[in-house]
Ligand binder design. Structure first.
Ligand SMILES: CC(=O)N[C@H]1[C@@H](OP(=O)(O)OP(=O)(O)OC[C@H]2O[C@@H](n3ccc(=O)[nH]c3=O)[C@H](O)[C@@H]2O)O[C@H](CO)[C@@H](O)[C@@H]1O
Ligand SMILES: C=C(OP(=O)(O)O)C(=O)O
Length: 423
């Protein structure tokens, strides 16, 4: 397994191009299954998760070609409606092929998904939504078997709590269902509106995406389309925090402040200046050190859970004591003990982490446990004294495109150490 060697303490100056959002791109890729015509996805990030999704789509019969950051997909015919365990276990978004396959083919057998080990992460809301649209659902040996031989029908679905994946899944499936589907208490994350924009370009009838009520009028068939994926708001927030931890000034090309929701105010309170400029966002730390701020993770537009780990790294060297409450996932503090190895003062009580900022962290060997936790360790290392080795960086490769290259270009001392494999 590769690792990263980082020598901290150098301020970052320069430009970082923000990539297309992983969490939108993966769902847009699932949308390709809904049509036999080509779907062209521009601003596609080159990530391990995207490669994994391509392998899954390929075995369903999707032809694909990646050129620069444009991904062409075409599901001329569905070769298989089985999504095997090996291709679904590593990544949450892969489960979202179930709805499109059932909507188009009337059946599918999809392994229960994996993804970051940050909580139990059941899929009951996904399955209830598909069942409300008329799919018969069975669970057998770790697989979901869904059948709707006469097609799906529209339904009123009120989610008991906000789920990004279930909202997207229901929206994908409803595009080809007979009649109207109404999704109540829908997730409002920017990736939902982005997926809806792609589906509308394919001929779907969707209103209200980005609000908590989404209406979808099913159509007979969807056509091809070209869609440009929105910039990754989590990557944006993470690099903004890199400037907070290490100091300096970064221009985040393609970044859009409005995608960050409440995180903008939180980062400003913490002592970052974030300014929208033509073509991106400029970020710098206003003082010598960040200030402690309390945060509670919430669905969009609240502070995103996917930035919680990175924010903890920022708070580790902030002036004062901050309380970080995680309300979305029950096991998303695995970065805390690793940050503590670097000298952070963190105590955890249930879903709240209390971080007492220290002046400086010290480099240490640490282990990345999940995608955003890994990024929090990279951030901590950029501000720390001496060398940090971040092990298990395959997590990072799932969601951060060309991480070392982007940071090196801004003056960071970061190198990938390739795993030595026996000849
Ligand atoms: C690939 C992708 O887009 N992943 C994102 C997506 O994950 P994902 O779509 O898995 O997250 P959800 O919004 O569905 O999860 C929110 C909460 O609902 C629970 N839940 C969800 C579905 C369900 O059927 N039953 C259930 O109990 C989950 O365990 C979690 O506690 O949104 C999360 C919340 O913004 C992000 O952290 C992930 O990065
Ligand atoms: C949790 C994440 O991914 P996944 O949902 O695929 O586990 C993430 O992107 O932070």
């Amino acid at each position: 397994m590769d690792s990263l060697a980082i020598i901290g303490g150098r301020p970052l100056f320069g430009e970082i191009a923000i990539s297309g959002a992983k969490n939108s791109a993966l769902k847009v890729m699932a949308a390709a299954l809904l049509s036999d015509e080509p779907l062209v996805m521009a601003n596609a990030p080159r990530l391990a998760d995207v490669d994994m999704m391509l392998r899954l789509l390929e075995q369903h019969g999707v032809e694909h070609a990646f050129e620069n950051s444009t991904l062409r997909l075409r599901a001329r015919a569905i070769r298989s409606t089985l999504a095997p365990y090996d291709l679904v276990r590593k990544m949450r978004a892969s489960f979202n092929v179930l709805g499109p396959l059932v909507a188009r083919e009337g059946e599918a057998k999809v392994s229960l998904p994996g993804g970051c080990a940050i909580g139990a992460r059941p899929v009951d809301l996904h399955l209830k939504a598909l069942a409300a649209m008329g799919a018969a659902i069975d669970l057998d040996e770790g697989y979901v078997i869904a059948a709707a031989p006469d097609g799906l029908h529209g339904a009123r679905i009120d989610f008991p709590f906000v789920s990004v994946g279930a909202t997207e899944h229901a929206m994908l499936a409803a595009t080809l269902a007979k009649g109207e589907t109404v999704l109540g208490n829908a997730a409002r994350e920017p990736e939902i509106a982005d997926l809806a924009q792609c589906l509308v370009a394919m001929g779907a009838k969707i209103e209200g995406a980005g609000t908590s009520t989404i209406r979808i009028e099913g159509v007979e068939r969807l056509s091809g389309a070209r869609h440009e994926v929105l910039p990754d708001r989590i990557e944006t927030g993470a690099y903004a925090m890199a400037a907070g931890v290490a100091g300096g000034e970064l221009f985040l090309r393609n970044a859009r402040l409005e995608l960050l929701g409440a995180a903008v105010g939180t980062l400003e309170e913490a002592g970052l200046s974030l300014t929208a400029e033509e073509g991106g966002v400029r970020v710098r730390r206003t003082g010598d050190r960040c200030r402690a701020v309390d945060v509670v993770t919430q669905p969009f537009p609240g502070f995103p859970t996917d930035l919680q780990a990175q924010f903890m790294a920022l708070m580790a060297t902030a002036d004062g004591v901050s309380a970080i409450k995680e309300t979305i996932f029950e096991n998303r503090f695995m970065h805390a003990p690793e940050l503590m190895r670097m000298g952070a003062h963190i105590s955890i009580d249930g879903q709240t982490a209390t971080v007492r900022g220290v002046k400086r962290l010290k480099g240490a060997p640490v282990m990345a446990t999940d995608l955003r936790a890994s990024m929090s360790l990279v951030l901590a290392a950029l501000g720390a004294e001496g060398q940090t080795i971040v092990n298990r960086v395959y997590h990072l490769d799932r969601g951060f495109e060309r991480l070392e290259e982007k940071l090196q270009a801004c003056g960071a001392l970061i190198e990938r150490i390739k795993e030595q494999r026996p000849a």
